[in-house]
Design a protein around this ligand. Structure first.
Ligand SMILES: Cc1cc2c(cc1C)N(C[C@H](O)[C@H](O)[C@H](O)COP(=O)(O)O)c1[nH]c(=O)[nH]c(=O)c1N2
Length: 210
C-alpha cells in the first residue's frame, strides 16, 4: 500500500497554499512534454461514471489566439461597463488574463454526448459531466504549481465564439480557457486580495451543520 507521511502532507498543504491564479507570465516556452504531462495528470481525475468527458484543445495557431484575445478585450470592456464609480476604477486596474504573454493557450470542453461511462450517474444530474471536467482542471492547476508552472483561468469570453474560433463539435460545452507558463512572481495570497478586490474568508463562514 502506498502511504503518505507527515512531511508529504505538510508539503501538499503548502502546494494548496501556494497555488495561484496566474495572469503575469514570462514569455519563455514550457519544456518539451511539460503540457502533455499535465494533461496526463488531469486525466487521472474522478469523473462521473468514469466518463472522462474532458476535451483539451491546445491552441497553437496565431490567428486563433488573436481571435480569442479580441473576444477577451470585448468581454472585458463590457464587464467594466457594468460597474460604476470606485468599483469600476478598481476593475479597470485589474489584470484579468495573461493571454498576450503566456506561451501556452489551452481550451477545455466537456463532451456532453460521449457514451463513455454508459450514462452512469448522469441521468439525475447531467451537470456532473461539467463538474468532472472542473475536477480535472483543479488537478492540472495543482500539478502545474508543483512543476513551478503557473495557470490562469480565463472566463471573460463568449462560449459560442470559442466554438467558432476553435472549430470544435457543437456538443462540446465550453468550460474554460487557460493560460500556462512560468509566472513572473510567486505569492501565497490571491492577486485579487492584494488588489483589495475581495479577500479570502475562513471556512467557518461557508459551513453549516444540520
Ligand atoms: C471558474 C473560474 C473562473 C475564473 C477564475 C477562477 C475560476 C475558478 N479566475 C481566477 C480567480 O480570480 C482566482 O481563482 C481567485 O481570485 C482566487 O485566487 P487564487 O486562485 O487563489 O490565486 C479568473 N481570474 C481572472 O483573472 N480572469 C478570469 O476570467 C477568471 N475566471
Amino acid at each position: 500500500m502506498t502511504a503518505f507521511d507527515d512531511s508529504f502532507r505538510q508539503q501538499l498543504r503548502e502546494l494548496f497554499v501556494w497555488r495561484r491564479d496566474v495572469r503575469r507570465f514570462r514569455t519563455d516556452p514550457l519544456p518539451e512534454g511539460a503540457l502533455d504531462r499535465l494533461i496526463d495528470i488531469a486525466c487521472l481525475s474522478p469523473s462521473v461514471g468514469l466518463s472522462q468527458p474532458w476535451r483539451f484543445v491546445i491552441v497553437e495557431e496565431r490567428a486563433r489566439r488573436d481571435a480569442v484575445i479580441e473576444d477577451f478585450k470585448a468581454c472585458n470592456a463590457a464587464a467594466l461597463s457594468s460597474y460604476s464609480g470606485d468599483r469600476a476604477a478598481r476593475y479597470a486596474s485589474l489584470k484579468l488574463s495573461g493571454l498576450i504573454e503566456a506561451p501556452v493557450h489551452l481550451a477545455v470542453f466537456a463532451d456532453k454526448t460521449s457514451d463513455i461511462g454508459h450514462g452512469l450517474g448522469r441521468a439525475t444530474m447531467p451537470e456532473t459531466t461539467e463538474y468532472s471536467v472542473v475536477a480535472a482542471i483543479t488537478a492540472m492547476w495543482l500539478a502545474a504549481r508543483a512543476d513551478g508552472i503557473g495557470l490562469g483561468w480565463v472566463s471573460i469570453l463568449t462560449p459560442a465564439r470559442m466554438h467558432d474560433i476553435l472549430d470544435v463539435p457543437a456538443s462540446w460545452k465550453f468550460i474554460g480557457y487557460f493560460c500556462l507558463g512560468y509566472p513572473q512572481e510567486e505569492c501565497a495570497r490571491p492577486e485579487l486580495e492584494r488588489a483589495d478586490w475581495e479577500h479570502r474568508r475562513p471556512a467557518a463562514e461557508f459551513t453549516i451543520r444540520r
